[in-house]
Design a protein around this ligand. Structure first.
Ligand code: GLU
Length: 287
């Protein structure tokens, strides 16, 4: 049983990613389970050259040493293709050639191509959500139920450019028997039902989830690697740890910003409790 941290290599780690990295690390350590590192690198267009190595160097500098080999989603295409065939056999997939323009005025996908079963290489593959209701337990936020069709519509499983969707890959990976808990950002809370739906169809056991608040700038915009949020400086790893512990609802002594990483980690592991994490969806990062 393990926890995991799963960054996309779209840019260097920023303070918001560090909150998720340290939160998931401390939860895994508290459970006395391994903490795995997975690189979500299926989307080559969004990946940034060098980001993957920079992320790993930064984790290392913060004493966040992952267990076992790094998993790259780009090495697992065959596994995702198997899951895709499984779904195909269940007759829940369809090909969609709706343009963005056509869908522009719809809040969710209106089901236009549901009956389309002929393959063409420039079509996306969607999954039919029918009237499915999915209940997602979250350790921080309780249970939430979603009517998939009204909340999201039939969502994309393989993109028009033939890239496997984040949802399919993540459902397969997080549904693996190895993973028993997932700690990640609040921005993914409402993505969880789609992943749980896929896990259910693929007969995979969903992990336990906890969604931590995301960090935003003063205008309420989420810090994001892709949009160039200021990277954390590995040279300030101690101070970054101190700030992160506070953001996670812990109260380290004032002089802890000068402690060695080893001590900060030890203090964090002893003090860590999911229940202490602030309940809000977002927190403003003072710069
Ligand atoms: N790769 C995603 C990201 O960097 C997170 C995926 C997840 O934790 O499920 O935003």
């Amino acid at each position: 049983m393990s926890g995991r941290f799963a960054p996309s290599p779209t840019g260097p780690l920023h303070q918001g990613s560090l909150v998720t990295a340290i939160g998931s690390y401390l939860e895994a350590k508290k459970r006395k389970t391994p903490w795995l590192l997975r690189i979500d690198d299926l989307d080559g267009f969004r990946s940034m050259r060098g980001a993957r190595d920079e992320i790993m160097r930064s984790l290392d500098a913060h004493g966040l040493h992952w267990d076992g080999p790094v998993q790259y989603q780009s090495n697992r295409i065959e596994v995702y293709m198997e899951a895709l065939s499984n779904l195909e056999e269940q007759d829940v997939l369809f090909y969609c050639n709706c343009s963005r323009k056509l869908l522009k005025n719809h809040r969710v996908y209106p089901g236009t191509c549901r009956k389309q079963s002929n393959y063409q290489s420039d079509r996306a593959i969607r999954i039919s959500t029918k009237n499915r209701v999915i209940t997602c337990p979250d350790q921080l936020r309780g249970n939430r139920s979603y009517e998939l069709e009204t909340a999201f519509g039939d969502f994309i499983i393989v993109r028009r450019d033939q890239i496997i969707s984040y949802h399919l890959a993540t459902a397969v990976d997080d549904g693996s028997p190895e993973i028993d808990h997932v700690v990640r950002g609040y921005d993914l809370l409402h993505e969880t039902p789609k992943q749980q739906y896929l896990m259910e169809l693929l007969n995979l056991r969903p992990p336990e989830y906890a969604h931590l608040p995301v960090l935003t700038d003063e205008d309420g915009v989420k810090l994001s690697k892709r949009t160039g949020a200021t990277p954390v400086n590995p040279k300030n790893a101690k101070e970054n740890w101190f700030i992160t512990l506070r953001l996670l609802g812990l109260n380290p002594p004032v002089d802890a910003a000068n402690w060695e990483i080893k001590e900060l980690k030890k203090w964090g592991m002893e003090a860590w409790q999911l229940e202490l994490v602030p309940q809000q969806s977002a927190m403003i990062m003072d710069t």
